[in-house]
Design a protein around this ligand. Structure first.
Ligand code: ZN
Length: 379
């Protein structure tokens, strides 16, 4: 792989950062379509500027519009997929730079990665590289919190046609490693119905939905097993109408992470078989597996090795990590398509107040992705 790719990028950290700032400043909380679309428009400006390209736009009413760009030609296809919505409500965080760190909403998750991917393509095209495979670049908008319910079909359809799927999500914090395995995710909402009553006059006639739900919560929380990598997180609960009322309703949201699909199916069965012990209370469960696991197949391992070898050329150590967070790469991996994740920015704190990227890694991270794209589309 030509070292020119790296040479062309090593002085570009600040220029890459300028584009990242543009996207970060177009805040895009997943459920605010208007804002997400404004961020999508900024992405379109960048593609127009660098590639003179317009996207196929998937118009949506509930979520932001998804965008699809196509490069190169050939029967075979490579897919790059990244989301441009973020977990952050508007105005909660703002862009700022402190020494080598750039902070901001979605800067590592994953606007930095999207810009890295754009710059990777730009660098290759500037070098006169010809893509002998079609490259599809998907930008989806319904990732955070809701796990891509709308774009999943599009991602799967494009992945199905692809030889490899590249995900410029954040590198692992601390190690800057690529992500070769990810946990699968199950999500549930538990609804408990009891019977309301006056807490003073006829307490005995009520069925306390909160207490009934608490018993279930205690039971499922105990299914966490760090040794096998399974975690059950009851992340949100609500119920009741007032302190002097026996509550008739309570509900809780549950997030379960697993390392294998076998375990995902075991947990699914356990959830579906849950019964409520409290007499007079009723339980309704909604949910299921929302993200499959991302597992490293031998073919996926080859993708990792290409990147590692390219990093070695210019002295950047590329590592591999197994992580718990989900990404859209799991949809592709579950279809058996070789998938490599964590190809985006280095830094730390996705979903946390200190979310940031490391500025002096931007050029090298872009080189790694560009090197991989070069190798995959060379013939
Ligand atoms: Zn995220």
């Amino acid at each position: 792989m030509p070292i020119e790719i790296y040479d062309g990028l090593k002085g570009q950290d600040e220029n890459i950062l300028k584009d990242i700032r543009k996207l970060v400043e177009k805040e895009s909380p997943t459920l605010t379509k208007e804002l997400v679309d404004q961020c999508g428009e900024e992405i379109q400006l960048l593609f127009k500027k660098y590639f003179n390209k317009a996207p196929k736009i998937y118009e949506r009413t509930e979520y932001g519009n998804h965008l699809k760009y196509t490069f190169g030609e050939g029967e075979e296809q490579i897919l790059i997929s990244g989301h441009f919505d973020t977990v952050w409500p508007k105005g909660h965080l703002s862009y700022r730079v402190e020494e080598n760190r750039a902070y901001g909403p979605g800067i590592i998750d994953m606007k930095g990665g999207l810009i890295i991917a754009i710059w990777a393509l730009k660098t290759l095209l500037d070098l006169g590289v010809h893509f002998h495979k079609r490259i599809v670049f998907l930008c989806n908008s319904d990732h955070e919190g809701v796990a891509s319910p709308d774009s999943r079909k599009i991602i799967e359809e494009e992945a199905q046609k692809s030889k490899a799927v590249l995900i410029p999500e954040a590198a692992e914090a601390g190690t800057n490693a690529l992500k070769v395995e990810r946990k699968g995710i199950l999500r549930y909402t538990l609804y408990v119905k009891g019977k309301s009553a006056h807490s003073g006059n006829n307490h005995e006639e009520g069925v306390n939905a909160i207490v009934a739900l608490a018993e279930i919560i205690k039971k499922i929380a105990e299914w966490t097993d760090y040794a096998s990598g399974t975690t059950v997180n009851v992340g949100k609960m609500e119920g009741g109408t007032g302190v002097n009322v026996v509550p008739a309703k309570a509900q809780a949201s549950v997030d379960i992470r697993v390392k294998t699909m076998e375990e995902a199916n075991r947990m699914k069965k356990l959830m579906e078989e849950l019964v409520i012990e409290t007499e007079g209370a009723e339980l309704e469960i909604q949910g299921g597996i929302v993200r499959p696991t991302l597992e490293q197949t031998p073919e996926a391992k080859k993708l990792y090795e290409i990147v590692k070898a390219y990093g070695d050329k210019f002295g950047y150590e590329v590592k591999a990590a197994k992580v718990g967070g989900g990404s859209d790469g799991s949809f592709a991996s579950a279809l058996g398509i070789p998938t490599l994740d964590g190809l985006g920015a280095a830094g730390a704190g996705p979903h946390a107040e200190h979310e940031h990227i490391l500025i002096n890694h931007l050029g090298v991270r872009t080189s790694l992705l560009a090197g991989l794209i070069y190798e995959l589309t060379r013939e």
